[in-house]
Design a protein around this ligand. Structure first.
Ligand code: NAI
Ligand code: MG
Length: 346
């Protein structure tokens, strides 16, 4: 890019993915026009339909094409007609691992007018920095004697000093840029002692470079308690791939629901494009019916703008979403109607 004209790879994917992606692009275009930037888009037909037609999930040649873009916008992948894991591992995780998306960024905020299932959540505005390329998701494992009473299955959690330190540094830097300047490490270092001690020691070490940051530690089980009883205590949470996956669904649930939860799969070193997507999946139960809330996909486009160095444009989307949310009356709108309303405000 030349900082004004960006290239964007779009993977609408399965289920509600195409519906919410359409709205995210609508809002992105509206904001881009006002901020003097353009997004030249290439759409990639990947997901369940492609797999049924050709047996392919993500051919290497296509991955290399995608790699040439400035950023990636993804809807969702996964379909009940495809064996579980085929698309999640072969497409989604392949993108995250190959493009070295070691920061999976998931902000959580309670919008006053949306409410929360919690009676008294307080002012909730935190961000989870979930490690994206290691932990139990690397596929380091295997099975023996499958289907017999003697079956063995392993799923090894891989944690490297290099991998832990780079994500911990990123989390500290994000805490430094936020007003409350607080970092909470979430792990289970009393039981998972090998990985847990590496994470704990790494946080202790990196802390020396960020003297302004207040550091806290919680076991993951205790973190689930506080996410419900006192979510306002959190500012930046850093944690591994699996714990991050689970606590961010809980975070979404307490803060307006899965329809609002946005995420970025970020390569902070910018050696490959980062990928932005809603936290939710393909929601086959409501797909094709214009029932999906596109807000999470739209907020993911805001994270994309922020990453590309366009904070004012990102803020324009966030403000448009906030204004739209404040006026939500409970009357049902289609996916496109929500996208239109937010695009008009952006
Ligand atoms: P899901 O997030 O697709 O759906 C869970 C529930 O939330 C459903 O009742 C759905 O209707 C609702 N929901 C989700 N997004 C919504 C939206 N924008 N507006 C309104 N309601 C919404 O999770 P589920 O059912 O566990 O997975 C479905 C498929 O998606 C599976 O194949 C799964 O592997 C895949 N998946 C993909 C992800 C991704 O692409 N990053 C993430 C999570 C799941
Ligand atoms: Mg998840």
């Amino acid at each position: 890019s030349d900082n004004k004209n960006f290239t964007l790879a779009v993977v609408p994917g399965d289920g509600i993915g195409p519906e919410v992606t359409t709205e995210a692009l609508k809002v992105l275009d509206a904001v881009a026009a006002q901020h003097g930037v353009t997004f030249e888009r290439t759409e990639y037909d990947l997901g369940a339909k492609r797999w049924h037609a050709t047996g392919e999930t993500l051919p290497d040649a296509e991955l290399e094409e995608i790699r040439k873009h400035d950023a990636i916008l993804l809807g969702a992948v996964g379909d009940p007609t495809v064996p579980s894991g085929v698309l999640e591992r072969g497409l989604l995780l392949k993108l995250r691992f190959t493009l070295d998306h070691y920061v999976n960024l998931r902000p959580s905020k309670i919008y006053p007018s949306v409410g929360s299932p919690l009676a008294n959540p307080g002012e909730v505005d935190f961000v989870v920095v979930r490690e994206g390329t290691e932990g139990p998701y690397v596929g380091n494992g295997g099975a023996l004697r499958v289907g017999t009473p003697a079956e063995i299955a392993t799923e090894v959690s891989v944690n490297t000093a290099y991998g832990v330190e780079r994500v911990v540094r990123d989390a500290f830097a994000r805490a430094q840029a936020r007003p409350r300047k607080k970092l909470t490490l979430v792990h289970k270092n009393n039981v998972l002692v090998h990985a847990g001690h590496l994470w704990t020691r790494t946080v202790e070490k990196v802390k020396a470079d960020f003297p302004e940051i207040a550091v806290d530690y919680l076991h993951v089980d205790a973190a689930t308690i506080f996410l419900v009883t006192d979510p306002a205590r959190f500012d930046v949470i850093v944690t591994d791939n699996l714990f991050g996956d689970i606590i961010t669904d809980l975070a979404a649930a307490i803060s307006g629901g899965i329809g609002l939860a946005a995420s970025g799969n970020i390569n902070p070193d910018r050696t490959a494009p980062s990928m932005f997507e809603p936290v939710h999946g393909s929601a086959p139960d409501i797909a094709g019916q214009q029932k999906a809330d596109p807000t999470a996909a739209i907020l993911s486009a805001a994270l994309l703008l922020e990453h590309l160095g366009l904070p004012a444009a990102a803020r324009a989307i966030e403000d448009a979403v906030t204004a739209d949310i404040e006026e939500r009356t409970g009357s049902v709108r289609t996916t496109a109607e929500i996208g239109d309303a937010i695009a008009k405000r952006a």
